[in-house]
Design a protein around this ligand. Structure first.
Ligand code: ATP
Ligand code: MG
Length: 449
């Protein structure tokens, strides 16, 4: 960090500048009704208040309530210290290494209670550390509600619903931005991205989720600062990437991430592979897979993270397998090696937990097996625990023109068929092919893509 900026920060730490008067919207001037708030969150708020503490809802839930959406979860902030919160609730645990939070558990619902925190600033009580790039490594400092507001990322995420009088408290112009549909970082956009480059990904996530426009001053630094993502721990990027692609707006998210040059720092090999045209057309496989994920989520169906990751990394796996095959490797070996090579490189950017990597591998390794329809093989394949995911993957590949539609159609019929029909399908002409030709076919079929 340049010396001048550092000095300025010490003299005037972000968020703890001369006190700002918040705009307070009384109950009559905002639409948040207690009926829309989780009863458990209300219990926590009231209990804190009765014990003499300040207690507010904050962040995503206030934003969503104001927009008339159903919040995913309810986060509470208070001036009570974590130990004081714990003393008030029987069903409460303290969690978090970087900063202590209280989790109050009600059956399946957890209400997270955080103590007001200040922006990262050197020379204050508590923990603070910053890298050369501006990235803040630790910022465990308790603060006032005002400081708490200024350390948050976007204005829309920094509104407080105060249980004392049911008002909405706004230090940062968030209400106005919400009304206008603008996503805006609090403070100087470049420094806020540098403090935490993941905010670049969050910008894309909230734009698409809320249908907001990103303020031009927050848009401008993105391309330039995108390389800072390379310094983020892969485990954190795994969580963020999942949130990005399981948002229900994966297609839009993907397009914005590429537009801002962010995607290549998450999935470099995929970005490279997407440039390679196939028979004069860029592959549409990934787009179709993301579309399918969005569709499933909109129908309330789950999307397995391993399937999503298998789709995100399929383009480089496929190309690498083809390359290795062209260099003389047997198809199965080529694929196996390609999978290992791509995963080894990928996990240096975005972590992939073992529980995800194993089924991803299976979905990929099943692909060539769909090409072999002789004898008892299809019946054995159907029994594979990952068959359904592998088949869905095959359908997407087929829709993208990677495999013959005839093959996907055959499997669809096979799955719908009764026992007798299946037997007939398995006795098709290919049954009688001489072994050597069958082998040659299977080999060709996989490279056909
Ligand atoms: P969602 O509904 O998708 O969970 P959210 O706004 O609740 O959205 P979270 O990631 O759950 O998002 O974070 C909760 C709140 O914490 C945010 O609203 C924001 O105020 C603050 N916050 C989260 N991440 C950051 C960050 N990287 N920098 C600054 N503030 C953050
Ligand atoms: Mg949240």
């Amino acid at each position: 960090m340049p010396i001048l900026k550092l000095v300025q920060k010490i003299l005037k730490p972000a968020g703890s500048s001369a006190s700002v008067q918040p705009r307070v919207y009384p109950r009559s001037e905002h639409p948040i009704s207690r009926r829309a708030i989780s009863p458990n969150a209300l219990k926590v708020l009231y209990r804190l208040k009765q014990a003499g503490f300040r207690a507010c809802l904050v962040g995503g839930c206030v934003r969503d309530l104001l927009l008339g959406r159903e919040p995913k979860d309810f986060d509470v902030v208070t001036d009570a210290r974590p130990e004081q919160v714990k003393a008030l609730f029987r069903n409460c645990r303290l969690v978090g290494r970087r900063f202590r939070l209280a989790h109050v558990q009600f059956g399946g619902e957890i209400i997270e209670v955080a103590t007001f925190r200040a922006a990262a600033a050197p020379g204050r009580e508590g923990d603070w550390a910053q890298e050369e790039s501006g990235r803040v490594l630790r910022d465990n400092v308790f603060g006032t509600i005002e400081e708490d507001a200024f350390r948050r990322d976007f204005t829309a995420n920094a509104l407080y619903y105060d249980i004392a009088d049911f008002s909405v408290i706004d230090y940062v112009g968030g209400m106005e931005d919400l009304r206008r549909g603008v996503l805006r970082l609090i403070g100087d956009p470049e420094s806020r991205y540098r403090e935490d480059p993941v905010r670049m990904l969050r910008a894309v996530r909230f734009m698409t989720k809320l249908g907001f426009v990103l303020d031009p001053t927050c848009e401008e630094p993105l391309r330039r600062l995108a390389p800072l993502l390379a310094g983020i721990p892969p485990a954190r990027l795994y969580d963020e990437a999942l949130k990005l692609f399981l948002s229900g707006f994966a297609v839009q998210t993907f397009e914005w991430l590429r537009h801002y040059g962010l995607f290549e720092f998450l999935f470099p090999a995929t970005e490279e592979a997407l440039k390679v045209e196939h028979q004069g057309f860029p592959s549409t496989f990934l787009l179709r897979a993301l579309e399918a994920a969005d569709r499933r989520l909109s129908e309330g169906k789950p999307v397995a993270p391993y399937f999503l990751y298998a789709a995100l990394l399929w383009a480089p796996v496929r190309l690498e397998a083809e390359r290795r095959q062209a260099a003389g490797a047997a198809p199965g070996v080529a694929l196996q090696e390609a999978v290992s090579a791509v995963l080894t490189e990928q996990v240096q950017r975005v972590a992939i937990p073992r529980r995800i990597a194993l089924p991803m591998r299976e979905v990929w390794m099943l692909q060539p097996r769909f090409e072999r329809r002789q004898g008892g093989r299809p019946l054995r394949l159907v029994e594979h625990p990952r068959f359904r995911a592998g088949y869905d993957f095959l359908l997407l590949r087929s829709a993208a023109g990677e495999v013959e539609p005839e093959l996907a159609g055959w499997w669809t019929r096979f799955l719908e068929a009764g026992e007798e029909e299946r037997r007939q399908m398995l006795q098709g002409p290919r049954q009688r092919r001489p072994r050597s030709r069958r082998k040659a076919r299977a080999k060709r079929a996989f490279v056909s893509s």
